[in-house]
Design a protein around this ligand. Sequence first.
Ligand code: F6R
Length: 609
Amino acid sequence: MSGIVGYIGKRQAYPLLLAGLQKLEYRGYDSAGIALQGADGINIIKTKGKVADLQKEVGANLPVGNAGCGHLRWATHGPPSKANAHPHSACSDDFVIVHNGIIENYLPLRGWLAGEGHRFASETDTEVLAHLIEHYYRGDLLQSVQEALQKITGSFAFIAACHKEKDRLICARRDTPLMIGLGEAENFISSDLAALLHHTRKIHILENEETALITSSAVKIYNSECTVMQKRAQEITWDVTSAEKGGYKHFMLKEIMEQPQALRETMRGRLSDGGQKINLAELNFKAQEIENISKIFIIACGTAYHAGLVGKYLMEKILRLPVEVDVASEFRYRDPLLCAKTLVIVISQSGETADTLAALRLARERGQQVLAITNVVGSSVAREADKVLFTWAGPEVAVASTKAYLTQLLALYMLTLYLAAKRQALPPARLKEIGSALFKLPAQVENILSREKEVAAIAGYLKRWESTFFIGRNLDFAVALEGALKLKEISYIHAEAYAAGELKHGTLALIVEGIPVVALATQKAVLEKSLSNIKEIKARGGYVLCFVQEGMEALQNEVDSIFYLPTTADIFLPMLAVIPLQLLAYYTAVARGCPVDNPRNLTKSITVE
Ligand code: F6R
């Protein structure tokens, strides 16, 4: 999730582009860059780091030009560096581009373009697009962009500029936001409203597959058939602060709502044909290495550790391999039993958590192969692991992790599916079934998110209590742990998660009249057992807030409130059940007046041991 801005008009573009980038800083901070149409050519200034670093690089000599584009990078292809920073030019500096998204087929395109004589200066997928536009250029930038669009797969929002056509910027989008702000004899482009609302409230929000030609006096929008469309700009009434959060009150809610898109990005290029095909060739596993795995160790902290717990159930069930999960700070000091055939998986959103990094180093010192699941390209974990499976959730700003957790789960499901296919752990038909169920998850998540009011109503009960319990069996237990952590960290309600069958071994003593108990009973295989545990709680006066699959209506009369999740196979329920629990934590915290995005005593990345 990088950020892009563009400007064309009578004013000096540099200060306007810089101000726009400052407004988008939450979208990426790995590198920053600006390209300006100058008198003698396009002037590109870029640097590793944040907007402030770019300002330092520029110093007092502000570059001049009335049109240009800018970019803040959240690295995907190629680590953060000056060479990988946008804007990217083609062989000639006459063409520049800033891009947000992922060009899936950049490797074959790069190979083909190299054969045609193009020379590349970065490792990015974006640079391929700049060369492609240059390749097709025959005096009309719009046309060459439209031709290039026919060749690329993946997601994108980009702005292209060409020195031979200084009076225009061309932009296009697919599956990644892009909007155009209309001014008086000037126009603005941005990834989101935050960078536009200071200038104008008249906005064109580009739709998928649309391309736009923007001059200082006009905006022409074309559909995928290259036909001009008659579109009216919208009048946006949001205030600037809520625009930064996509119109939501908090980053946490924005990130919860972004989850369907984050899932689709993480699947992109990996799970295709409606889930029938899985491809993780990026991991460079040799067939023998996969064959040899006899044990899996998953190491992580906090929410990432909870994702690992789901991974354990999943991998043991599907791969029939023993899986141990450990919190990183424990793993390091307990002299873990590792052997040559153990695959170590570390999970970390930030890729900088000190304990996780130390565990990774310990495992590698012991000769283990380490596979990292992380959200941050160029992070220490990504650099030091042998193999990396990136989650493409985009930057997570709220301290409480939501979309990172969900994409970590997806990464674990895809990895399991991939290993299962290679080890022939399941018949091909069963693997395809699993793949297509995974493919449906983003839409099912969307369905749950559309029912946020139901969850807000449940929060209305929870908010009055200082203590609560979360229970579940099997995969539900792993999700219960995550639900309890979310509630604790942002609402400050004491929340304990228990394996449902364990409550009667002591904790039942704490069940008093009215105390809320969040009961996950999504697993058909253990439904009867879960029901018995719910009855134990009800018999002692507990107030049961239950989460089940559709079709489990029989529970309705046994509990105090019930939330139905879309039906899918038991193994996928964690990816659905966690969504209302995130919303529950969120709405409870809001109802209690807590600072949701920045809970007390916590920071986003824990770089101390
Ligand atoms: C909780 C949360 C933390 C992190 C943990 C590990 O919402 O975000 O528990 O999961 O600090 O962080 P990463 O994944 O960056 O290693």
